[in-house]
Design a protein around this ligand. Structure first.
Ligand SMILES: [Zn+2]
Ligand SMILES: [Zn+2]
Length: 117
């Protein structure tokens, strides 16, 4: 059996619709709060990766063509993918992003994780 590191094992996942955040507590005791807009911006699926790559090359064209707005960046559903990831469904129907717990832990926006604390 491979050992599962505490830092990337969630013990609880909570969606706060009022504040539009996803809150994750980890087995090592850390707690992460992710604004929905951050999760949508960092969506790891191929479609969004492509969109970001194009935006880097040609920001003006992508801005005029269908980038998700804050109103679309609302999580309407979530389901576990195996034991290692979470799939999020968004209000605009987008549901191809699979967020591995390792990725989420790296994405934690708190000052401690971002090396500012
Ligand atoms: Zn995506
Ligand atoms: Zn953190």
């Amino acid at each position: 059996m491979p050992t599962i590191p505490d830092a990337t094992t969630p013990t609880g996942i909570h969606f706060d619709k009022e504040n539009q955040t996803m809150q994750v507590t980890w087995r090592d005791g850390h707690a992460s709060v992710y604004p929905f807009t951050l999760l949508r911006k960092e969506c790891p699926c191929a479609v969004c990766n492509d969109l970001r790559a194009r935006a880097a090359r040609d920001p003006l064209r992508v801005l005029s063509g269908g980038a998700p707005t804050a109103a679309d960046a609302i999580v309407v559903g979530a389901e576990p993918v195996g034991r290692y990831a979470l799939k999020l469904r968004w209000r605009d129907g987008h549901d191809t992003g699979i967020y591995s717990f390792e990725f989420l832990r790296e994405l934690c926006p708190c000052p401690q994780c971002q090396g500012k604390g």
